[in-house]
Design a protein around this ligand. Structure first.
Ligand code: UGA
Length: 441
């Protein structure tokens, strides 16, 4: 049994810790947030993630998973210490490493026996060497340790499945000893034939940024095609489907709509632009992807404005706020910008989301929060589908239409069809499907 200390109980840390415990290892998760740790001991998950509560409780019950606020306690006898604290985007767009460095400092002061210190947080190339340096400086005795990079590729909303069935595991190390320990942690995945990619530390660090940036580029690319499709009379869904059948392209991440939000793609695209500029080179494709993405809330606004014959002073309903379904996360969500644009136009804004309301209130507390998508549409001059939660995929438009002031619907996630909506007297628009755009009422 491998003893693991996981520092940080955010998405990455908590999911990785719980899943590693489920692999049969002894995991102690450490977080400085006392309230969070007390909650976790009772199985209270600090964010919305399907299935995580059950996994945590099961592994706590079976005594493989513990929680503490004391790093010293967490590191007691640990073979591997994972750093999974946040690396937020600083004002200038680069990754803010203060939390990672601070943890490195503390680990150095507490290390008593050989351990592998592994970064799981997404960190710019060179960070692991800097963390190793800070650990070394703070060591109290002549203890040996190894540094490794093991980036995480899980997605919010499907993180357990992503962790348990990854496309690959990346391990960046310099020594055989650390490589063996990390391989042993992931041994249960060998049954699934999961490729384990061993690289240098710098390469592992870059793989994570390159992967997230590529996904962002793919999304922005299809969103540009969507704009073009509208202009030339084509349908982006068919274009994406046919492109995706080419195995070299693949069908995933080709859904046009409001673009990429969340805590990772926006942060990591900005960070790689910085990393490149510091290295004296340029990521022009990623910069373009960021620009395309930034314009999408404005496009949604313009679509609603066109169909409604202006939005100034009108009532607008947003169905969904989270940056994607199955999460309560609203970081860099398109809904944030959309609400700002609507407020600027003097609109009354009504919103609903199954999970993200409390988080959204921290940014916009002066809008109307409703109990259902139907309530959102009451008296509205336009409604926009912002997040494609499953429960929004079968809306009753007869019911919606009966209470709206004007039957205007902008489907920002391409869930519905014009013919279906027009049947109930709506005018309809979506993203990138030329023959699905109704004429303004
Ligand atoms: C992303 C990556 O997908 C993970 O592999 C990575 O581990 C994670 O970041 C991270 O760095 O921690 P996540 O932010 O949870 O995961 O969300 P995604 O599922 O990637 O979606 C990102 C955004 O892109 C969402 O706003 C989604 O609506 C949008 N998207 C996605 C599209 O607009 N079109 C698509 O075709 C796919």
């Amino acid at each position: 049994m491998i003893r693991i200390c996981m520092v940080g109980t955010g998405y990455v840390g908590l999911v990785s810790g719980a899943c590693m415990a489920d692999f049969g290892h002894a995991v102690t998760c450490v977080d400085i947030n006392k309230e969070r740790i007390e909650g976790l001991r009772r199985g209270v998950i600090p964010f919305y993630e399907p299935g995580l509560d059950r996994l945590v409780l099961k592994n706590v019950d079976e005594e493989r998973l513990q929680f503490t606020t004391s790093l010293a306690e967490g590191m007691q006898g640990a073979d591997v210490v994972f750093i999974a604290v946040q690396t937020p985007m600083s004002e200038s767009g680069e990754a803010d490493l203060q939390y990672v460095m601070k943890v490195g400092e503390e680990i150095g002061g507490l290390l008593e026996d050989y351990a592998v210190v592994v970064t799981k947080s997404t960190v710019p190339v060179g960070t692991n060497r800097a963390v190793a340096e800070v650990i070394r400086k703070n060591l109290k005795s002549d203890v040996e340790f190894d540094m490794a990079s093991n980036p995480e590729f899980l997605r919010e909303g499907s993180s357990i499945e992503d962790f348990m069935r990854p496309d690959r595991v990346v391990i960046g190390t310099d020594t055989e000893r650390s490589e063996e320990l990390l391989r042993a942690i992931y041994r249960p995945l060998y049954l699934l034939d999961t490729p384990l990619v061993k690289t240098s530390i710098e390469t592992a660090e870059l793989i994570k940024y390159a992967s997230n940036s590529f996904l962002a580029v793919k999304i922005s690319f299809i969103n540009e095609i969507a704009r073009l499709a509208e202009a030339v009379g084509a349908d982006v869904r068919d274009v994406a489907k046919s492109m995706g059948l080419d195995k070299r392209i693949g069908s995933k991440f080709l859904h046009a709509g409001l673009g990429f939000g969340g805590s990772c793609l926006p942060k990591d695209t900005n960070a790689i632009v910085h990393i490149a500029s510091e290295a004296g080179t340029d990521m022009s494709i990623v910069r373009a992807a960021i620009d395309v993405n930034a314009n999408l809330p404005g496009r949604a606004f313009a679509k609603a404005e066109r169909l409604a014959g202006g939005l100034a002073g009108k009532t607008v309903g947003l169905i969904g706020l989270a940056f994607k379904p199955n999460t309560d996360d609203i970081r860099s969500a398109a809904s944030l910008d959309l609400v700002t644009l609507l407020k600027k136009a003097g609109c009354t804004v009504r919103v609903h989301d199954p999970a993200a309301v409390e988080n959204f209130k921290l940014f916009h507390d002066d809008i109307t929060y409703c109990d259902s998508p139907y309530e959102v549409c009451e008296g509205a001059d336009a409604a926009l589908l912002v997040t494609e939660w499953n429960q929004y995929r079968q809306l009753d438009f007869e019911r919606i239409g009966a209470t709206m002031k004007a039957k205007v619907f902008v489907d920002c996630r391409n869930v519905y069809d014009r013919a279906h909506l027009e049947q109930f007297g709506f005018v309809y628009d979506c993203f990138g499907r030329a023959d699905q755009m109704s004429e303004p009422a």
